[in-house]
Design a protein around this ligand. Structure first.
Ligand SMILES: [Zn+2]
Length: 248
């Protein structure tokens, strides 16, 4: 009888422990290019439950507003526990090229951050930033990287707008799923506004770097011809779809 009571007590403790772990979302922060004029924060939202790790980046190009607005909004909502990571963890970099964001320009000085990967710890600011982001991808063994961009034109008129670019392998299937999902839920008013899957990430880009590490890499491209609120909503819709597919 004593043994049975002990087993019951133990079972109760195990359940109690797993519940408390499951609700123990923690957020730790750090800075990229710390102590410089390019210093920009990153956030690690950890559910405390084993699972995938996904990195979300905004502001790789400072003038692509819906990307960094969407990622900043998500970061704010996770920080306030409006959103919760149920399993695994998220690494969020809201404004990678923060000086570009503040000045509303694409480049970091003369460099395109999205051509600088894997980066160089002794290089230009953009190369050093790419190096630090690559190091985070490796250190935390990310399963996927989602980089949020915008284009001046729609994909079928010479731009990349309303397109998801993905690395080879399982990322292509996930990107096709995301395209179908967003087209079904946004009811594009014109053929231009329909979402499509794009080609493979360009060499030196964030998503390309994920591919180099044999991880899923995605570039989301909204189109500035659409309303800003819609573009932010579309970015978040695609991110939410991809997070769900990674069981986050
Ligand atoms: Zn871009």
């Amino acid at each position: 009888m004593v043994v049975r009571r002990f087993v019951c007590l133990l079972a109760g403790l195990i359940i109690f422990c797993s519940v408390s772990i499951g609700s123990a979302q923690t957020i730790t922060t750090g800075n990229l290019l710390a102590q410089s004029e390019y210093q920009t924060p990153y956030y690690i939202v950890d559910s405390g439950v084993p699972g995938s790790t996904v990195m979300i980046i905004g502001g790789t190009h400072g003038n692509e507003q819906a990307g960094w607005e969407a990622v900043s909004l998500l970061q704010s909502e996770y920080s306030q526990s409006i959103r919760k990571v149920e399993r695994g963890r998220l690494i969020i970099i809201p404004k990678a090229n923060i000086r570009g964001v503040n000045r509303f320009v694409r480049l970091m000085e003369r460099d395109d951050l999205n051509r600088c990967y894997p980066g160089d710890e002794n290089g230009s600011p953009a190369e050093r930033l790419a190096n630090q982001i690559t190091t985070i991808m490796q250190t935390y063994q990310v399963d996927a990287v989602i980089d949020c961009h915008e284009s001046l034109k729609y994909a079928n008129s010479g731009g990349l707008g309303n397109l998801i670019i993905a690395t080879s392998g399982p990322a292509r299937t996930l990107a096709k799923g995301a395209v179908n999902y967003i087209n079904a839920h946004t009811q594009p008013r014109t053929a231009n506004q329909s979402w499509r899957i794009g080609g493979y990430p360009i060499k030196g880009s964030t998503a390309w770097q994920a591919g180099q590490l044999q991880r899923n890499g995605f570039t989301i491209e909204t189109c500035v011809k659409d309303k800003l609120a819609d573009r932010i909503a579309h970015q978040i819709m695609v991110i939410e779809f991809l997070l769900a597919k990674h069981q986050i």
